[in-house]
Ligand binder design. Structure first.
Ligand code: NI
Length: 197
């Protein structure tokens, strides 16, 4: 396995629509393994092939146990040609992206989704996800269409700078979210904007 270089915003490869994968072969399995290693090293909870400069429809996800909420199981996924076939509800949450280091922002996403994909064994998969995992999947699938989370931020005032050691991919949770709100409060105060509005 090998660590891959993560492509940063401004690189045209992040803006191209990735192509569908016809068959899962050993080359693709190697790419998926390298992407998992790169994601874990970053660290991030998800990574899409265009983020390592590969315009193919492949994403990897790894959410550690208890990451978003106590009791949540560990989730590791490798999805080929993932497609959202059902989406319900809407919820706003904070996200970051390994391709946009140093920033987070509030993004509206569907609350519950069903994703259809192919696994590394070439078999069809169907995944139902809600809350945190649904957000991760929507963020990563967007990458396959050249969409970055910043495109979906409705209130640009929620875009906040974070220290480099807080870089994330996908949703931001727990103490990071708290820290974000705290920073926002300080920013608003500094700008003379009312708090709590
Ligand atoms: Ni991202």
């Amino acid at each position: 396995m090998a660590l891959l270089e993560i492509v940063l915003e401004g690189d045209p490869r992040l803006r191209q629509k990735a192509t569908r994968i016809r068959t899962v072969d050993d080359g693709l399995r190697k790419l998926a393994a390298d992407m998992h290693e790169t994601m874990l090293d970053a660290p991030g909870v998800g990574l899409a092939a265009p983020q390592v400069g590969i315009g193919r429809r492949l994403i990897v996800v790894h959410v550690p146990a208890d990451y978003a909420e106590q009791g949540d199981p560990e989730t590791t996924l490798t999805l080929v040609n993932p497609e959202i076939i059902k989406a319900q509800g809407s919820v706003v949450g904070q996200e970051g992206c390994l391709s946009i280091p140093g920033w987070v922002g509030d993004v509206p996403r569907a609350d519950a989704i069903t994703v259809k994909a192919i696994g590394l064994d070439n078999r069809p998969l169907r995944i139902k996800a809600h809350d945190f995992l649904a957000r991760v999947l929507q963020h990563e699938i967007d990458h396959l269409d050249g969409i970055l989370y910043v495109d979906r931020v409705e209130d640009k005032a929620t875009l906040l700078r974070v220290p480099d050691d807080e870089e994330v991919e996908g949703p931001v949770v727990d103490e990071r979210e708290e820290a974000g709100r705290e920073r926002e409060r300080h920013q608003r105060e500094a700008l003379g904007v009312g708090v709590g509005d």
